[in-house]
Design a protein around this ligand. Structure first.
Ligand code: ZN
Ligand code: ZN
Length: 128
């Protein structure tokens, strides 16, 4: 039972700087918007498998540290990089692309999926 939705809790979206880049100053968490939590809950419900959020909010110093885009949605806490247990990222991405024809940011990677709830639509494919 999560504190944001049926399966998601605030701590899952916390910036990773405190443990992956402990030399950076501690940052204040920006909570994810409901729209992002709803989209991830929809994925959780659709596949019926646990979803792991690997990167939610990123403070600007941590975003720079990991080489994130300079205007990354992660800095606004509107994005999540995630995997679904036992389901290939490719399958997850195909589902999202069908589910959201004209909205959201959806990024395809080999080992995870990026989704964000920006205004408008963005698509990219970094699979190699
Ligand atoms: Zn941080
Ligand atoms: Zn991302």
């Amino acid at each position: 039972m999560g504190n944001l939705s049926k399966n998601f809790s605030l701590h899952e979206f916390r910036c990773n700087c405190h443990w992956k880049a402990p030399h950076l100053p501690r940052c204040e968490q920006i909570p994810p918007p409901k729209e992002l939590v709803d989209a991830l809950q929809d994925v959780r419900d659709h596949f019926g498998k646990p979803v792991t959020v690997h990167s939610g909010h990123r403070c600007p110093p941590y975003n720079a540290y990991v080489g994130g885009a300079s205007a990354s949605q992660h800095m606004k806490a509107t994005a999540g990089d995630f995997t679904v247990e036992g389901v290939s990222p490719n399958t997850v991405q195909e589902y999202l692309l069908k589910r959201y024809a004209d909205t959201k940011g959806i990024g395809r990677y080999n080992t995870f999926t990026h989704i964000d709830v920006r205004k408008g639509k963005a698509r990219w494919d970094y699979r190699r």
